[in-house]
Design a binder for this molecule. Structure first.
Ligand code: PAN
Ligand code: ZN
Length: 178
């Protein structure tokens, strides 16, 4: 992992893109979503996948493009880990973002992401990143090889709050519960 730009070097590097069409249903304003180009790449993920074994750690990066659907910032799908005891680190390389976290009681909050910020994501928290700036948001992640990705709760019910642009500033809007 090159810590200056988040790039990965070496063997066993995989890459995947997420297009707007693949995540359009996540956004609040579905009329605005229908007006977007489904082929737009919203984010790209790269990861190093050596042979997984108990205790192994994986590294990867995510590059999330700037953009909005009406007032809602471009964001990743978001997920829980299948194994709720598998935590993760996100480190911000460049750009301005927000890390949305939601516990299993569906309480949502966020941490601001700026170049150099390191974020600990406890194993039982759903996590999603939003790009609140004007340039690509690049982060590096480190997680357990056997964590597994559970997208079902977010696909079905989303997060309990959304990060919207209000008067030019990111604001968490929704039923964030205490
Ligand atoms: C990250 C995420 C990546 C893309 O590598 O998988 O940022 O987000 P989604 O998986 O929610 O589409 C990670 O959290 N790995 O565990
Ligand atoms: Zn994760």
């Amino acid at each position: 992992v090159n810590w200056h730009d988040g790039s990965l070097q070496g063997e066993h590097i995989s890459q995947s893109h997420k297009t707007f069409g693949q995540i359009a249903g996540l956004f609040q304003d579905q009329d605005a979503a229908r007006r977007m180009d489904a082929n737009t790449i919203v984010y790209t993920v790269q990861w190093v996948s050596p042979a997984a074994h108990e205790g192994a750690l994986l590294w990867g990066n995510t590059t999330l493009e700037p953009g909005r659907v009406a007032d809602e910032y471009f964001m990743t799908h978001g997920h829980f880990h299948q194994r709720r005891d598998r935590s993760e680190f996100y480190a911000t390389i460049s750009g301005e973002g927000a890390l949305l976290l939601m516990d299993e009681a569906r309480k949502t909050w966020f941490e601001p992401m700026t170049a150099g910020s390191l974020h600990y994501i406890a194993g039982n928290l759903a996590h999603r990143v939003a790009n609140v700036g004007n340039i690509p948001l690049r982060l590096v992640a480190c997680w357990h090889a056997d964590a597994g990705h559970d997208y079902s709760e977010i696909a079905k019910n989303g997060f309990s709050a959304r990060l919207l642009c209000r008067d030019g500033i990111p604001a968490l809007v929704g039923e964030a519960r205490e």
